[in-house]
Design a binder for this molecule. Sequence first.
Ligand code: ADP
Ligand code: MN
Ligand code: MN
Ligand code: MN
Length: 339
Amino acid sequence: MVVKAEYIWIDGAKPTAKLRCKTKILPDLGEVTSLDELPVWGFDGSSTEQAEGHASDCALKPVSYYNDPIRGWPHILVMTEVCDPQTMEPHPSNTRASCVQMADKHAGEECWFGIEQEYTFFEGIKPLGWPDNGFPAPQGGYYCGVGADEVFGRDIVESHMDACLDAGLTLSGINAEVMPGQWEFQIGPCAAPAVGDELWIARWLLYRIAEDYGVSATLDAKPVKGDWNGAGAHTNFSTKAMREEGGIAVIEEACEKLGKRALLHVKNYGADIEDRLTGAHETQRWDQFSWGTSDRGASIRIPWNVAADGKGYLEDRRPNANVDPYVVCRLMIESICDL
Ligand code: ADP
Ligand code: MN
Ligand code: MN
Ligand code: MN
């Protein structure tokens, strides 16, 4: 029996990289039981903003794989890193390699991440469910809403949730968001780089499944200008020390550390972040930093249950929906554990 292996990688598009994929038929394999069975593969980097035409080959190094919930057993989805085909060194667009390095260095701290991926469905040029002329009723009733006048695209969301679970991803939930046509799913808690691999795979599944409905999903940070919420990727973070008795002191210390490198984080938290972090719509301004308990207008929020327990995690509310999770994880470990 052949295995259809969908090799997935991140391209060199700027300012926001995109997912790319192609299928490799692995004949006579039966079932893949370890990463070593998956060959290094290649692609034409001149078509993905990753190479010049005269030396266009880039290598795809498999780094993790998942059940393919669309094609079913024994087919798989393969997450890969883009490398130089001669040296197998990471390509400049490869942000995972440096994330792995930073995560390995601090493996002893047992860092966990939970990322809340917000996104917006579009049908043609307007968000799914929006009227052809004008705007839907103002925000207020849509967040976690129910009913045909409140939520749009639930069938796609349910199908995506099932696919993530069938693939074996650490999905922790879904909800309808503040702007109609906008939704969220959460990956985690898990370690880096696994949380990044899983988030990219979950994004791929979202695009792929929405394809079948003739709908596109966008991670645009501010898909509709004006009085409509943007889309973020709140990143929840903890170390072992934060999760243990007295962890709240470690959490508060981490908030202070994040404040020392606030601008560096914001500059790496996704394209058009100034359009989203305006100080309105449950955000702190991009050029200001604050942290607080239960404060959804702060850069960093300590959830009320964490404050009550005296241990747990913090939520960095700044990352955009279109952020690269490998970059967020590397920066958070660096700012909190390395400096
Ligand atoms: P919000 O109230 O901000 O909408 P969500 O419920 O959407 O929060 O997301 C919370 C995220 O935090 C989930 O992905 C969850 O897995 C993650 N999380 C929970 N505990 C921890 C922890 N100790 N460390 C890191 N992430 C955590
Ligand atoms: Mn959430
Ligand atoms: Mn949300
Ligand atoms: Mn949140």
